[in-house]
Structures are given as structure tokens and as C-alpha cells.
Design a protein around this ligand. Structure first.
Ligand SMILES: [Zn+2]
Ligand SMILES: [Zn+2]
Ligand SMILES: [Zn+2]
Length: 329
């Protein structure tokens, strides 16, 4: 197949304003087409490094050769990218543009079965540091407008490979979910940061799940799904790339503890976790507050959610927070 046929393309729906990435190559990934998942050796296990594209970064204890074993964390380009650095010269008119960007995978550890909540605090902290490192690096490209960090756990949450990993997307535009948050928060900013206020409100209304020195975990007032959790740095700041060491340690600690709580309460549910930080397009976003959102995939969303953008959640967030606090002691 000619390269231009499989290069991803961004298309904008002029009726909704939303962008879609058309990425034919994604259908070849494990579980992406019709032929099931996880056949053959795991490309993320040590010894199988040649099954991934050449690594862009790795952390190791001692000296090792590139794309050999001996690493603790390894970052590789996604084999089936939704965005590529040098896409064919597609037209920019008519609501389409080349899907120029980066799509990387951070392999959490050499261990195939070590999910985030079971990592030791030091390893989890090093993983958060790898998040920040890739985030900073990708934001540094002048045409990158937004970097998204997402962790899918479990097949129902879209993880096509079992080996724990995180994906990093660098986009040439600011996607709709962030634009909407930015718009609402900018309008609310005259009364102070709405996310700082949400932490206060969660404390008052018993929706706070956990707090450590640098982070709060809360069940949002209008949780979309059972056990939806937001992780909020207590120090207001719009930019994840400026998170300090103590914040990264606090982030690792609170993520692992809440995920352990969920694993105990719900027998290791599938979940999606993502990081929202201000666009890196050179504009001013001091009113924004970076954060992580976690949604366990317990309820199948259906036509109503697609038709309305409204979610139906059977579990009140006050009760979700109470149960999580209970199991975490
Ligand atoms: Zn593996
Ligand atoms: Zn704030
Ligand atoms: Zn958000």
C-alpha cells in the first residue's frame, strides 16, 4: 500500500466543530480489526524490543544498548500511530489537514503483570517523571498545540495490549474537550479558579476521597460514571510540565492508592485515566488548572449518551467517595 494511503488525516465536521482522526493503520493493531488480540509474543516484554519501532527514550540502572533489554521504563513510537511526524502533503482546505503529531507509548516496567496500583512508590514516581519528560519534550515542538497523556487499563477500556503502558499524543490542534474546559473556566475565572473551588466544595460535601501533601482525589459533583475520580494538584497551575518533584511523588502516591481502592472494591475494573493540561500554543492560560480524570468502565454507554452528550450514572458521587474512603481505611 502506498504511504499516502495509510497516513492519518484530521477531518473537521463543520456541523459539530469536532475533529476526527482517520487512521487506517490503526485497524491493523491487535484487537483493532476483526482478528482478536494478543496473539504472539508481547512486544513490550524485555527481549522483544525489536518488535517495536526504535525507542525514543529509556531509563535503566546501568549501561545498556539501545533497543536491548535492561531498561526500567521504555518509550517507543506507537506501531500503529494515529498521528505521524511527517504525514503526506494532504490538502488543508475543506475541513481537512494532515494528522501531524506524535503518538508514543510509555512502557511502565519490564513486568508484564505489574499494573500501576501495584508498583512500589519509587517506580511509580519514576513513571510520573517519564510522563513529565515526554510531555515537556513533545510540547517543545513549535507546531504542537496540545499533548495528551492517557492510560487505558483492560480490554473494555480499549487497551489492545495487556502489558501496562501509557500513550502520549501530541496534536497540532486543541481538541474539543480541552477547548470546552478552557472556555468555561475562563468565564468563571473572575470568581476564582473553579477547580480550586471544586476541591473546597468536595471537602465540604464529603466527596473528597483522599488527600496527601500535594494532591486531592475527589468524586466530581456531577460524576458521569460510577467512581469517576479527579486528581487535582493542590497548588494551582495550568501546566503539567512545571510540576515539581513533590507533586510528581504526590501524584504517584494518590493514583496508586485510589487505584488500589478501586481494585479492591470492584475486582480490578477496566478504566481510562487521562491528563489535562493547558495547550502549549504560546497563549496565556493562567486561569486553567491541570488535573487527571479517571473513569472506570463499569457502565456501557449507549445511544442516549451519543445522542445527548448526557450521562446516566446509577451511583451518586457522595456514595462512591464514601465506599472508596471505607476500603482505603
Ligand atoms: Zn509483556
Ligand atoms: Zn486552581
Ligand atoms: Zn479535564
Amino acid at each position: 500500500m502506498a504511504q499516502k494511503d495509510i497516513d492519518p488525516e484530521l477531518r473537521r465536521d463543520l456541523l459539530t466543530g469536532g475533529w476526527t482522526i482517520l487512521a487506517p493503520a490503526r485497524s491493523r493493531r491487535p484487537g483493532g480489526g476483526k482478528d482478536g488480540r494478543g496473539r504472539g509474543p508481547c512486544p513490550f516484554c524485555p527481549g522483544n524490543e525489536r518488535l517495536t519501532p526504535p525507542e525514543v527514550w529509556a531509563e535503566s540502572e546501568g549501561p545498556r544498548s539501545k533497543d536491548g533489554p535492561g531498561w526500567n521504563i521504555r518509550v517507543v513510537p506507537n506501531l500503529y500511530p494515529a498521528l505521524v511526524e511527517n504525514p503526506g502533503t494532504g490538502g488543508k482546505a475543506g475541513g481537512r489537514m494532515p494528522a501531524r503529531g506524535f503518538h508514543e507509548v510509555i512502557i511502565h516496567s519490564p513486568r508484564h503483570d505489574l499494573s500501576l496500583e501495584r508498583m512500589d512508590p519509587e517506580s511509580a514516581y519514576r513513571l510520573m517523571r517519564a510522563y513529565r519528560l515526554r510531555y515537556r519534550e513533545l510540547c517543545g515542538h513549535p507546531w504542537v498545540r496540545q499533548v495528551l497523556v492517557t492510560l487505558n487499563h483492560g480490554r473494555e477500556a480499549g487497551a489492545s495490549l495487556e502489558h501496562p503502558h501509557t500513550q502520549v499524543f501530541a496534536l497540532p490542534l486543541v481538541p474539543r474537550a480541552i477547548r470546552e474546559e478552557l472556555g468555561r473556566w475562563r468565564r468563571a475565572a473572575a470568581r476564582g479558579c473553579p477547580l480550586c473551588a471544586a476541591v473546597e466544595e468536595a471537602r465540604r460535601e464529603e466527596r473528597l476521597i483522599l488527600e496527601n501533601g500535594s494532591f486531592a482525589a475527589l468524586a466530581p459533583f456531577a460524576s458521569r460514571q460510577p467512581y469517576e475520580t479527579w486528581f487535582v494538584p493542590l497548588r494551582h497551575g495550568e501546566d503539567f510540565s512545571r510540576a515539581g518533584e513533590a507533586e510528581l511523588r504526590g501524584m504517584a502516591d494518590i493514583l496508586c492508592r485510589v487505584l488500589r481502592g478501586l481494585a479492591g472494591l470492584l475486582d480490578h475494573p477496566p478504566y481510562n485515566l487521562w491528563l489535562h493540561s493547558a495547550p502549549c500554543d504560546g497563549s496565556e492560560y493562567a486561569y486553567y488548572h491541570w488535573h487527571l480524570e479517571l473513569v472506570p468502565r463499569l457502565v456501557v454507554t449507549a445511544g442516549f449518551e451519543l445522542a445527548s452528550g448526557l450521562f446516566i450514572n446509577p451511583l451518586p458521587p457522595e456514595e462512591a467517595a464514601r465506599r472508596l474512603r471505607g476500603i482505603m481505611g
